[in-house]
Design a protein around this ligand. Structure first.
Ligand SMILES: [Zn+2]
Length: 205
């Protein structure tokens, strides 16, 4: 309570219009998808409350069957009309480390299966990396690429991409420096297969 009180006073002093503006509603431009890890979060892009709509879960996964993340994406894209979706993984991710191992983790195994799928898809590349830390961090990057593809294939995002009103980025946050860096996401060869959601049959990309 004491920390919250001093934070609210500090924020108000630095940004006198902030809370009055937020009391009227939100109009964020960014949807941030990140990991639940305590060391990471949208705070690293240094924006004020009201600027970023957020979804975080273990290992920043966006599985197709996950009602929570799908709802977040739909609301962010269709109602809030965010212009940017950032999928931000982070190096030294415990979820990715767990998915690289074969230890049974109970219910978490069901969640991490999505990450183990990414591991399986890139088995040879990962196996060729000798340094365990480098292997883990490569899986983190490959997972970001996979999740960006997932987001781009979600129905509301397919529509928004078609209309040219949204961009989806992959990023990785370095817990040892505080910096984020972009991850190159290869062109999705299957992109056209997801346009079944479109009402415009003439759309060509
Ligand atoms: Zn993590």
């Amino acid at each position: 309570m004491a920390r919250n009180s001093s934070w609210a006073e500090r924020m108000h002093t630095a940004n006198p219009a902030l809370f009055a503006r937020n009391a009227k509603g939100q109009a964020p431009h960014v949807l941030w998808i990140g990991c639940s890890d305590s060391r990471v979060g949208e705070f690293c892009i240094d924006l004020l409350p009201g600027s970023v709509f957020v979804h975080r879960n273990i290992a920043n996964l966006m599985p197709y069957g996950d009602l929570s993340s799908l709802s977040v994406v739909q609301f962010a894209v269709d109602t809030l009309k965010v212009r940017h979706i950032v999928v931000c993984g982070h190096y030294d991710c415990g979820g990715a480390a767990a998915a690289l191992g074969n230890k049974s983790l109970g219910v978490l195994d069901h969640w991490l299966k999505h990450l183990r799928d990414v591991r399986a898809q890139h088995k040879d590349e990962l196996a060729a990396i000798q340094d365990p830390k480098a292997r883990l961090n490569r899986l983190v990057e490959l997972n970001v690429v996979a999740q960006v593809h997932h987001v781009r294939r979600m129905a509301p995002v397919v529509e928004a991409l078609k209309q040219g009103r949204i961009a989806v980025y992959g990023m990785v946050y370095d817990v040892s420096s505080g910096h984020i860096k972009p991850i190159e996401v290869p062109h999705d060869d299957n992109e056209m297969d997801y346009l079944v959601y479109s009402n415009d049959e003439d759309f060509e990309h």
